[in-house]
Design a binder for this molecule. Structure first.
Ligand code: ASP
Length: 376
């Protein structure tokens, strides 16, 4: 088996963990001049990860035109991507686990009533965000997982369906074919008689398949200052069956305190869980930090808490991580480990994507773990 990830992570094991700060990024963040630096918008405001741009527009519309509850609005927002078979990061069409099974995670919080709900490793239901809300609305529990979560969803009337689309099934088979030169799976990508190549996985070149991630976090505050948050995902592609990331963990994948603000994350869940990132961002905002400052300080805390095998020899993380935050007064902000991520915002100026402040420049981004294919 030739997995360059191992070789690559070995370099990190010998590395010093000192942080190399991107000076430009820091100066921009501190001066508030960076694109995306915490901005005050007239409430209501919706904020989300980049893939939530259509959803945050819908949420804003529901809050302003229909006077919808903030949680109902953002869940309707993320439902757009959950039900889109072409979005391979959430819900229907999400990339599966190592056995080809799509397992979904989601959680939500409703600020005004201080309630929360979550589901982990949910199979065959396309809208885990709504199941998480049903756990919140109809049970005395916070989180249901696996078979119990599915049983509950069916009892609540959710429709069972196969979530593995043809495109995601083909990507999974290609990943399998690239795993181990000694097994019986052929990588047919370069064979003219083989199945058509898929463009859905970011290939560096035809011989590499990256591990992929993808999630939507969305937060909203209405004109009266009531807040909600939701995060939904199919998690890390090719994960071990039963793996649960940060998205369904209240305080990690999302968090909302109606007196302060809301926050959430996308990226490597294993890194964020140990820092309870979303909770920490809200606590930093409570102490007076702007949403941008709170997000960047939490990126730094995650890196400081990262094991050496996941850092390169300059202390840079071998993974991506993004945080998004919304303060009760309508200020929004974000931060990413690496340059290039964008943040969706919807307010009275419309829905738009804003470049996120970052800790390390794109040029400094180390090569990320990948699986090397055996056939040239
Ligand atoms: N945070 C998600 C998880 O770890 C993945 C992602 O955001 O891409 O499951």
């Amino acid at each position: 088996m030739e997995i360059s990830r191992r070789k690559f992570l070995g370099v990190g094991a010998a590395a010093a963990a000192s942080l190399t700060l991107d000076r430009t990024a820091r100066a921009d963040v501190l001066s508030g001049s960076a694109p995306g630096a915490s901005q005050l918008a007239a409430r209501p405001v919706g904020g989300a990860s980049a893939n939530g741009i259509r959803g945050v527009a819908r949420a804003y519309d529901m809050i302003t035109r229909q006077n919808a509850d903030t949680l109902d609005a953002i869940i309707a927002g993320v439902n757009i991507q959950e039900l889109d078979p072409d979005d391979q990061s959430v819900g229907l069409g999400g990339l599966p686990n190592e056995e080809g099974v799509v397992q979904l995670d989601a959680s939500c919080m409703h600020g005004p009533t201080r309630r929360a709900g979550a589901v982990g490793a949910l199979e065959d239901i396309a809208t885990p965000s709504l199941v998480a809300k049903a756990v919140m609305d109809y049970t005395d529990h916070i989180m249901l997982v696996g078979a119990g979560a599915k049983k509950f969803a069916l009892e609540m009337g959710f429709k069972e369906q196969n979530l593995l689309t043809e495109k995601s099934r083909r990507d999974w088979l290609r990943w399998k074919a690239c795993l181990n030169p000694a097994d019986a799976w052929l990588d047919t990508r370069s064979d003219s008689a083989g199945p058509p190549p898929t463009a859905s996985i970011p290939f560096d070149d035809p011989l590499h398949v990256k591990f992929t991630t993808g999630t939507i976090n969305m937060n909203a505050v209405n004109a009266g200052g009531d807040l909600s948050s939701v995060t939904t995902t199919s998690g890390l592609s090719w994960k071990l069956p039963g793996r649960v990331g940060d998205s369904p963990i209240i305080g990690a994948g999302q968090y909302c305190d109606n007196t302060v603000g809301a926050a959430g994350s996308t990226g490597r869940g294993e890194a964020n869980i140990k820092t309870c990132g979303a909770f920490l961002i809200v606590e930093f905002m409570r102490q007076g930090m702007s949403p941008d400052e709170a997000c960047m300080k939490t990126i730094d805390r995650v890196i400081a808490m990262t094991e050496r095998r996941l850092l390169d020899n300059r202390g840079r993380p071998l993974f991506d991580l993004q945080f998004y935050a919304l303060a009760k007064d309508g200020r929004f902000g974000s931060a990413a480990a690496y340059q290039g991520a964008r943040f969706s915002v919807a307010d009275s100026q419309g829905a738009r994507l804003i470049p996120m402040p970052f800790r390390f420049s794109r040029a400094d981004r180390p090569q990320m773990p990948e699986v090397r294919c055996r056939r040239a």
